[in-house]
Design a protein around this ligand. Structure first.
Ligand SMILES: Cc1cc2nc3c(=O)[nH]c(=O)nc-3n(C[C@H](O)[C@H](O)[C@H](O)COP(=O)(O)OP(=O)(O)OC[C@H]3O[C@@H](n4cnc5c(N)ncnc54)[C@H](O)[C@@H]3O)c2cc1C
Length: 403
């Protein structure tokens, strides 16, 4: 009997690959193996509605349990894969079980980058990647008055905005000179900085966090300039590292992610890598990238299902991403890597504007703040390879939809 498709990692990408295999007409067996004890669920609400108590746990799963039964997807939760035996086409689980495959899909995601600090191990120093961490953070947040966030990236700023909306006193400490410096243009960092400060969040840039100290029921975060930030809960949002050890130990090449080709196939023709753990050549940037977004994970799942069912096409979707920070909606399309020029459309003072990025004279990315129509138009323009000029982009009388 054929062994079928085995998917390791039951997150956004793994779930999508399993579901899309059935949509694409795959009739063989599908085994979806996940280390977490839950049904596959959405992570984005964890730092937003969930932590604020506006969305409960029952609304996090991507599909109910019956979905997996009805689609003959063998979902193994609470099972960690510990080895891939490529010669035998077999995955070994921590419980001792072995699962054979014809095709293996690695959808292993990423894990929190640990804070390299003295005191990082204290209970009140929280991270946020998994539902278990989300539950813990929510509970601590409910009881906290003062919240310290280390890291002014996406997850850090989302949690900060949520905590502030819950009436907490929030301090964000960011090592770089501006918020989300690796992801957005200075205009957007400045806008977010001013907006969050106006809401009452304290932001410390160029922060050198030295140590976290526990003082009974609360914590002190010590900074290089001598300042001490007191908090009831400390949240570390300093990025993630891709889960690639399983692939590496099986002899597959890795480098900031499991290396895959344009079809998301690894060096082993029977093994694919998708979602946050995959580093693949991206047609839009001309570079190898590893992206961390729902769209990337879900579209990879669809793409790999098509390849496995004999309809291979190189993965070429325009990357897009969103981040909700209280009432600010930031939407990003394309990849700004290596851009040489950028122009602003709209007035940042109005709270609604977009930044258009150009590489070699061509549009390569658009970040929109509270301008969903620009974002939708941008995705189309990027997908069609439009020849939009910087002058047209910044001229609000030019209707982007008409282009
Ligand atoms: C708090 C938070 C907020 C976010 N907000 C947004 C947002 O607003 N917009 C957006 O686009 N993206 C957002 N993201 C990112 C998005 O959720 C991820 O990019 C997406 O979940 C990636 O999906 P994935 O399946 O690749 O990885 P994951 O969702 O991480 O799933 C991987 C799964 O594999 C499991 N696994 C790993 N190793 C093994 C093993 N050896 N055996 C078995 N199982 C294993 C893991 O336990 C995990 O459950 C957010 C992420 C977080 C944490």
């Amino acid at each position: 009997m054929p062994a079928g498709v085995v998917i390791v990692g039951a997150g956004q990408a793994g779930y999508q690959a399993a579901a899309s295999l059935r949509t694409e007409g795959y009739e063989g067996s599908i085994t979806l193996i996940g280390e977490e004890p839950h049904l596959p669920y959405q992570r984005p609400p964890l730092s937003k509605a969930f932590v604020m108590g506006k969305q409960d746990q029952s609304r996090l799963p991507l599909r109910p349990e019956s979905f997996y039964r009805d689609h003959r997807i063998d979902l193994l939760t609470g099972e960690r894969a510990i080895a891939i035996e490529r010669a035998e086409r077999r995955v070994r689980l921590k419980t001792g079980r072995q699962v054979s495959y014809d095709t293996l899909v690695l959808a292993l995601g990423a894990r929190n980058r640990p804070l390299p600090l003295l005191g990082a191990e204290f209970e009140g120093v929280c991270y946020l990647r998994t539902l278990a961490e989300g539950l813990e953070l929510k509970q601590r947040m409910e009881q906290a008055q003062r919240v310290a966030v280390i890291g002014g990236g996406f997850v850090g700023m989302e949690i900060a905005a949520s905590a502030c909306a819950m009436g907490k006193h929030v301090t964000v400490m960011e090592a770089l000179p501006r918020l989300m410096a690796r992801a957005v243009a200075p205009t957007i960092s400045e806008f977010l900085h001013a907006s969050h400060i106006a809401q009452g969040i304290e932001i410390i840039l160029n922060a050198q966090v030295l140590e976290v100290r526990c003082t009974g029921n609360s914590y002190e975060v010590l900074l290089g300039d001598g300042r001490v930030i007191e908090a009831d809960v400390v949240i570390a949002g300093v990025g993630v590292v891709p889960n690639m050890e399983l692939a590496n130990e099986a002899g597959l090449p890795v480098e900031n992610g499991i290396l895959a080709d344009r079809f998301l196939r690894t060096e082993d023709p029977n093994i694919f890598a998708i979602g946050d753990c995959a580093a693949y050549p991206n047609a839009h940037s001309g570079t190898r990238v590893r992206l961390e977004s729902v769209q990337n994970a879900a579209d990879h799942g669809v793409s790999v299902a098509r390849t496995i069912t004999g309809k291979p096409a190189p993965y070429n979707a325009v990357p897009w991403f969103w981040s909700d920070q209280a009432d600010i909606r930031l939407q990003m399309a394309g990849l700004a890597i290596g851009h040489e020029q950028r122009v602003v459309r709209g007035d940042p003072q109005s709270g609604k504007f977009s930044v258009f990025y150009f590489r070699s004279g061509r549009l390569c990315a658009v970040d929109s703040v509270n301008r969903p129509a620009d974002h939708m138009a941008a995705r189309k323009l990027l997908g069609s390879g439009s020849a939009l000029t910087p002058e047209q982009a910044s001229d609000e009388s030019v209707n982007l939809k008409m282009l």
